[in-house]
Design a protein around this ligand. Structure first.
Ligand code: PMP
Length: 432
C-alpha cells in the first residue's frame, strides 16, 4: 500500500531549504505526491495540470503504461552492468532504431550517456577528435547544460554562468536570429564570418552547435534558411554541424528531430529529456565515421545508457508509433498556438506568440515593447497559474517568456482547461 506522505508543501519547503543548496533553484513551491499523464497531485492532495512536463521530459506523460511495463520487465532481469563491461541488447537495439530515425543518407552510430549536458560534452569531444581542431561556435541566447564546457557554450550568463568561470577556451558565440528583435539570417551568418575573421580561422573550428529551437533561451526558432546556410558553411570549411536536440527532440516539434523541418542533416545530434519518458538517458547520434574517431575507451561512463533507461526509451519509440504521437504533437501545437494567440489579443503585454510544433511560447514585455522584457509579470503569471492549478514554466534570456511543454498525450479537454487557467491568470495579473 502506498501511504500518502503526511507533509505540507510549506513544511517540505523548509526542509528543502535547510538540506539542499540554494543554487538548486525552484520555480514552484509544490511537492509532488503522484503524477498521471498530464496531471499531478501534490502532498496536500491538490490537483495540477502539468504544462511543464518535467522541462520537456514527459512528451509521453507521467507514468506512461508502456514505459512502466518495459522498465518493470527490465527490473526483473538485470538493472546494471556498465555497457563497457558487459554489453546488453536494449542499448544496441535503441542505437539501431535511432540511427534509422536520424536524418541523412549516410551510415550512423549512436553513443548513450545520462544527461543532456553529457551528450553535448561528448559531441564536442567527438567533433574535436574527428577534425583535430579546437574551436567551437555556439549561439547567443543558447543553452547547452551546466557542466563547464556546456556552460562555456551557453550564451545566457545569469544565473547559469555567474561565478563558475573560467570556461574552456576556443568557444565563440554567433548571433541567433529573432524576428521580434529584427535579427535576420544574414546577420547570423555575418556574425560567424566575423568570428572567422577576428577570433579563430575557419580551418581551426571543429564544430558549430545550434539548437533548432532555443529552449531555455525563449523558444526562438532557427529559420530553415539558417540551418541550410549553416550546413553549406560547414561543408565549405570542413566544420561539423551539431544540432542540440536535447529539448526539441523526441517528437516535441511534430517530427522526431526538429532539424527535419529544415531538411538539413547535421553530422551529430544530441538528445535526452523525453527520449525515455522520465528515465535519465541521453544520446549522441551521428555520422558513423565521425562517431568512430575517438579511440576505444575514449567514450562512455559507468551509468551511460542504463539498461532501465534503454528499455524505457524503446517503449517511448513504440508508443510514438502506436499512438501516432508525431501527428498529435502537431495538433497539440496548433491548439496551443491558437489558444495563446487568443489570449495575446486581449493583452498588450504579449509581444509575440511563437514556437514550432508543440513547443509554444509567449513573450511578455512592458506595453508589448520587445526592448522592455517583463520578468516580474512573467513570474507573477506562473505563481497565479499555480494557485489556479496549472504548472507553467518561464524561459528566455530575460526570464520573460512563458513556455508550454505539456505531454503530447494530454487530452484536448485538459489543454483547454490549462489554456483557460492561463487566460484567467493573465486577466488577474496583466490587465488589458
Ligand atoms: N541542451 C539543451 C538544448 C537543453 O535544453 C538542456 C536542458 N535544459 C541541456 C542541453 C542540458 O541537459 P541536462 O539538464 O539533462 O544536462
Amino acid at each position: 500500500m502506498n501511504r500518502e506522505p503526511q507533509a505540507t508543501n510549506a513544511l517540505l519547503m523548509a526542509r528543502r531549504q535547510a538540506a539542499i543548496p540554494r543554487g538548486v533553484g525552484h520555480s514552484h513551491q509544490i511537492f509532488i505526491a503522484r503524477g498521471e499523464n498530464a496531471e499531478i497531485w501534490d502532498v496536500e492532495g491538490r490537483r495540477f495540470i502539468d504544462f511543464a512536463g518535467g522541462i520537456a521530459v514527459l512528451n509521453t506523460g507521467h507514468r506512461h503504461p508502456a514505459v512502466i511495463e518495459a522498465v518493470k520487465n527490465q527490473l526483473d532481469r538485470y538493472t546494471h552492468t556498465c555497457f563497457q563491461v558487459l554489453a546488453y541488447e536494449p542499448y544496441v537495439e535503441l542505437a539501431e532504431r535511432l540511427n534509422a530515425k536520424a536524418p541523412g543518407n549516410f551510415a550512423k552510430k549512436t553513443l548513450f550517456l545520462t544527461t543532456g549536458a553529457e551528450a553535448v560534452e561528448n559531441a564536442i569531444k567527438i567533433a574535436r577528435s574527428h577534425t583535430g581542431r579546437p574551436g567551437v561556435i555556439a549561439f547567443g541566447g543558447g543553452y547547452h547544460g551546466r557542466t563547464l564546457m556546456t556552460l562555456g557554450l551557453t550564451g545566457k550568463v545569469v544565473p547559469y554562468k555567474v561565478g563558475f568561470g573560467p570556461f574552456p577556451a576556443e568557444v565563440f558565440h554567433a548571433r541567433f536570429p529573432s524576428k521580434l528583435h529584427g535579427v535576420g539570417v544574414d546577420e547570423a551568418i555575418a556574425s560567424i564570418e566575423h568570428i572567422f575573421k577576428n577570433d579563430i580561422e575557419a580551418s581551426r573550428v571543429a564544430a558549430i552547435i545550434i539548437e533548432p529551437v532555443q529552449g531555455e533561451g525563449g523558444f526562438n526558432v532557427a529559420p530553415p534558411e539558417l540551418m541550410q546556410r549553416l550546413r553549406a558553411l560547414c561543408d565549405q570549411h570542413g566544420i561539423l554541424l551539431i544540432a542540440d536536440e536535447v529539448q526539441t527532440g523526441a517528437g516535441r516539434t511534430g517530427t522526431w528531430f526538429a532539424v527535419e523541418h529544415s531538411g538539413v542533416a547535421p553530422d551529430l545530434i544530441t538528445m535526452a529529456k523525453s527520449m525515455a519518458g522520465g528515465f535519465p538517458i541521453s544520446a549522441v547520434v551521428g555520422r558513423a565515421e565521425v562517431m568512430d574517431a575517438p579511440a576505444p575507451g575514449g567514450l562512455g561512463g559507468t551509468y551511460a545508457g542504463s539498461p532501465l533507461a534503454c528499455a524505457a526509451a524503446l517503449a517511448v519509440l513504440d508508443a510514438f508509433e502506436k499512438e501516432n504521437l508525431l501527428e498529435r504533437s502537431r495538433i497539440v501545437g496548433e491548439h496551443l498556438a491558437k489558444g495563446l494567440t487568443r489570449i495575446a489579443a486581449k493583452h498588450r503585454c504579449v509581444a509575440e506568440v511563437r514556437g514550432l510544433g508543440a513547443m509554444v511560447a509567449m513573450e511578455l514585455c512592458k506595453n508589448g515593447d520587445p526592448t522592455r522584457p517583463d520578468a516580474d509579470l512573467t513570474k507573477a503569471l506562473t505563481v497565479e497559474a499555480a494557485k489556479r492549478g496549472l504548472v507553467l514554466l518561464s524561459c528566455g534570456t530575460y526570464g520573460n517568456v512563458i513556455r508550454i511543454l505539456v505531454p503530447l498525450t494530454a487530452s484536448d479537454a485538459l489543454l483547454d482547461e490549462g489554456l483557460a487557467i492561463i487566460a484567467a491568470s493573465m486577466n488577474a495579473v496583466a490587465g488589458s
